[in-house]
Design a protein around this ligand. Structure first.
Ligand code: MN
Length: 205
């Protein structure tokens, strides 16, 4: 495994094939308050690229934005709703098309007690994720080695998880249900950012 760290944007000409795993690290949970600090990417090849945004760099990242908006590249997230909101708010990009391993797990594994990333990796891949750095300070501008490894581990296994989850979805006849859920996700994010974050617009009351 190799981890590449880039400040402010991806280098030009870097290709991730037709699908890229994406995750973000931020200063908190609220896009209007807490800034975006890191965007992690992996082609599913065991390597990770970390794009860091220290407070002194701008959020103009044309190479990264081009990749995230590329309709020929599937973006694989785990709970993309949060990551996509920060990406939309700070980089001005709507990620599409997208796949979310959390939504896929909710549809495929209705007997699972949790759909968080660590239990998913454990149950489907037999991999133990170390979540110790989750609440670390991502805004310092220089990531420690522990932070780099943690940030990378959030994207390294998403391709493998997608493969496992797709097999279950197909077996259980729920793949046709998953597709429109993923397609709606960018609009769910727009609703979140536009002022309906806690509202289920499909609810009766
Ligand atoms: Mn993460």
């Amino acid at each position: 495994m190799a981890i590449f760290v880039h400040e402010g944007d991806l280098p030009e000409g870097l290709s991730f094939g037709n699908s890229v795993a994406v995750d973000t690290e931020t200063m908190g949970l609220i896009p209007s308050r807490d800034r975006l600090c890191v965007v992690q990417l992996s082609a599913g090849d065991g390597h990770a690229h970390l794009v860091t945004f220290p407070s002194h760099v701008s959020y103009s990242a044309p190479n990264l934005c081009k990749l995230l908006a590329d309709r020929d590249v599937l973006k694989i997230f785990h709970y993309g709703r949060a990551d996509m909101a920060f990406i939309r708010a700070y980089l001005g990009v709507t990620c599409t098309p997208v796949y979310c391993t959390k939504i896929a797990s909710r549809l495929a594994r209705t007997n699972a007690p949790s759909h968080s990333l660590a239990p998913l990796c454990r149950d489907l891949l037999g991999i133990t994720l170390n979540k110790e750095q989750q609440c670390t300070d991502w805004g310092t501008g220089t990531l420690t080695e522990e932070q780099q490894v943690y940030a990378a581990s959030d994207v390294l296994y998403l391709h493998a998880l997608k493969e496992k989850l797709d097999a279950i979805l197909e077996r259980e006849g729920r793949d046709a249900l998953a597709e429109p859920c993923f397609a709606f996700l960018p609009y769910r994010v727009e609703l979140d950012l536009a002022g309906w974050p806690e509202t289920d617009i499909f609810a009766h009351h």
